[in-house]
Ligand binder design. Structure first.
Ligand SMILES: NC(=O)c1ccc[n+]([C@@H]2O[C@H](COP(=O)([O-])OP(=O)(O)OC[C@H]3O[C@@H](n4cnc5c(N)ncnc54)[C@H](OP(=O)(O)O)[C@@H]3O)[C@@H](O)[C@H]2O)c1
Length: 332
């Protein structure tokens, strides 16, 4: 597996996002299957492992900690706080809270679940706009000084918020959605990362399965699947989006790779400071996705793919209004 620089680390150009082993896209896989996915990823050369306090309300960190503890020194372990499950009388709810005392508590909880004494890269999962970014990053800087985390990341932030944060403490990485069908980072944040020497981790590079030819029927999504609440996946928008795929498949065919590999190769071609972060519950998909690091696609075919699928051709926004107000990114 090819490697790239991410802040102070050298990591596999494609990392493994662990979210959907516990959360997000319907029923999660069994413990055995999740374990197989994590261990196979290591065999394939993956060294960047991404989880969060939010995923499965802690269950994902517990899984990652249990399975990867014997391999801790082979991986760059990334987690996130500032958006986590909180117990209410009517059950657990997701809460964005970037206050310093909450971040300290989130981090302690994550360290315990991950069975480690230091998290390599710890992200502020969402900027809590009721707390100055300087205060949240200041709290993370204290965690670096205390040896609890090695470096700081931010997720779904604008270029100006990144600059404010970077002035408080060097930021190692920004993690935001980026793919052929979600181009928002191209407005400003990719360039700001490059300028500041910050790595960029592209999450959902397969468009949550759309670009991987993996979701023919949105009507079949289970009630728990978070894509049900995303405008692009509503039946009227999705059927229009499906019309984009035949020509895209044809480009992949000419590039002698799969649609998923073309999507990942395109993300990696957008800059040496970019790491792709797909997620999967299936070994065959994992093998296909990780092999994309070695796929060579000509500039002409990458341009062709980009001219077919972009913000002007995709139907529906990526988030619904309630999720949209929670992010701080520049949006098309
Ligand atoms: N910072 C944030 O706010 C944030 C938000 C979302 C995600 N993330 C991170 O990014 C990671 C990846 O996100 P994601 O899961 O949305 O990414 P994604 O890779 O764009 O989408 C995953 C979906 O694609 C399918 N898939 C993967 N490879 C495939 C292949 N080769 N062929 C067909 N289908 C394929 C998966 O299904 P199968 O399981 O069937 O393969 C799954 O439904 C997460 O795990 C998490 O770590 C971060």
């Amino acid at each position: 597996m090819k490697t790239r620089r991410l802040g102070p680390f050298e990591v596999s150009a494609i990392g493994l996002g662990c979210m959907n082993l516990s959360h997000a896209y319907g029923e999660p896989p069994s413990e055995e299957q999740s374990q197989r996915v994590l261990l196979t990823a290591l065999d394939l050369g993956v060294t960047l492992i991404d989880t969060a306090a939010l995923y499965g309300f802690g269950a994902n960190e517990t899984l990652v900690g249990r399975v990867l503890k014997p391999h801790r020194n082979k991986i760059v372990l990334c987690s996130k706080g500032g958006m986590a499950g909180v117990e209410f009388p009517d059950g657990m709810k997701r809460v964005i809270d970037g206050r310093p005392q909450t971040l300290r508590r989130n981090c302690e909880d994550s360290l315990r679940r991950l069975q480690t004494d230091c998290i390599d890269l710890y992200y502020l999962h969402r900027w809590d706009k009721s707390v100055p970014i300087e205060d949240s990053v200041g709290a993370l800087a204290d965690l670096v000084a205390a040896g609890k985390i090695r470096s700081i990341g931010l997720s779904e932030v604008s270029a100006s918020t990144l600059r404010r944060a970077h002035a408080v403490h060097p930021i190692a990485a920004v993690q935001s959605e980026y793919s052929l069908w979600t181009r928002n980072p191209e407005i400003a944040v990719l360039k700001a990362c490059q300028e500041l020497g910050v790595g960029f981790v592209a999450f959902s590079p397969l468009g949550r399965a759309f670009l991987a030819d993996g979701l023919p029927d949105v009507g079949a999504l289970t009630p728990k699947d978070i894509r049900r609440g995303m405008p692009r996946f509503t039946p009227e928008h999705y059927s229009a989006n499906l019309q984009l795929l035949p020509a895209y498949r044809n480009v992949a065919q000419r590039a002698q790779c799969t649609p998923a590999q073309l999507a990942l190769a395109w993300v990696l071609a957008q800059g040496d400071h970019i790491i792709a972060l797909p997620g999967t519950t299936q070994i065959a998909h994992l093998q296909e996705d990780m092999a994309a690091a070695d796929v060579q696609v000509s500039e002409g075919l990458l341009r062709e793919a980009a001219s077919l699928i972009h913000s002007g051709t995709v139907h529906g926004s990526r988030y619904n209004p309630a999720s949209q107000v929670e992010v701080d990114t520049e949006e098309f």
